[in-house]
Design a protein around this ligand. Structure first.
Ligand code: GS8
Length: 224
């Protein structure tokens, strides 16, 4: 165990919901690591060497070897540090289902959220409805459970909760009232923050994310 805890480095960027997943998983497991904030507009040689395929963060470097893609990193963490806070259920069907929904978040929710913050006019209106539909589907999957993982905070909770820190930005630019649209999901998010230090210590202030999106919109010429 001592050996496995050695040499854990995370290449990350503070506002990245994908990076937050990894930070939450590492905190859940109590793994000490070196955090290395990356400049995504001027990528370090280390970042390029460790993820030459996608050139993206987060990257977990464990004993000198890189693991890329947040979902894969979280699975890796759960597998390697398997003595504490299991993130996956042991049941194969529940495991497949958690992976299915995490994939839905990556392929749908993320992209639509991005559109919400960057598009205008009719396309913007369409993404607003699509975003609400996605959240409602996720709310259906949560059902009456305290967490997506059931009684315990698990893989799908880790996958989704970072998006909550972007909700103020989505609310502002998407003009969505989340409390009204998906109250159960909002209660779930508040429950995670209240009960899980791994989450409350990781998620950045929503206002900071909003200010970040505001800056990005200026840089990309969406706003004057
Ligand atoms: C996505 C990582 C990603 O988009 C994952 O890890 O789950 N599917 C991957 N990383 C972004 C920052 S967060 O928006 C990134 O590194 N972007 C740099 C770039 O695109 O050049």
């Amino acid at each position: 165990m001592e050996k496995q805890q050695e040499e854990v480095i995370l290449l990350d960027y503070w506002a990245s919901m994908f990076g937050m997943r990894v930070r939450i998983a590492l905190a859940e497991k109590g793994i000490p690591y070196e955090y290395s904030e990356q400049d995504l507009r001027n990528k370090s040689q280390l970042l390029l060497d460790m993820n030459p395929v996608h050139k993206k963060i987060p990257i977990l470097i464990h004993k000198g070897k890189p693991i890329c893609e947040s979902s894969i990193i979280v699975e890796y963490i759960d597998e390697v540090w398997n003595d504490k806070a299991p993130l996956f259920p042991s049941d194969s069907y529940a495991k497949a289902s958690a992976r299915f929904w995490a994939n839905f978040i990556d392929t749908k929710l993320y992209q639509i959220g991005r559109n919400l913050c960057t598009l205008k006019g009719e396309e913007h209106e369409a993404s607003k409805n699509e975003f609400i539909d996605c959240l409602k589907l996720l709310e259906g999957e949560l059902g009456d459970k305290p967490y997506f993982g059931g009684d315990n905070f698990g893989y799908l909770d880790v996958s989704l909760i970072p998006f909550y820190s972007w909700f103020q930005a989505y609310e502002t630019y998407g003009k969505i009232d989340f409390e009204q649209e998906c109250p159960k999901l909002m209660n779930w998010a508040k429950r995670c923050i209240k009960n899980k230090e791994s989450v409350s210590n990781t998620l950045p202030d929503m206002q900071e994310i909003l200010a970040f999106v505001r800056r990005m919109r200026k840089i990309f010429g969406i706003d004057d």
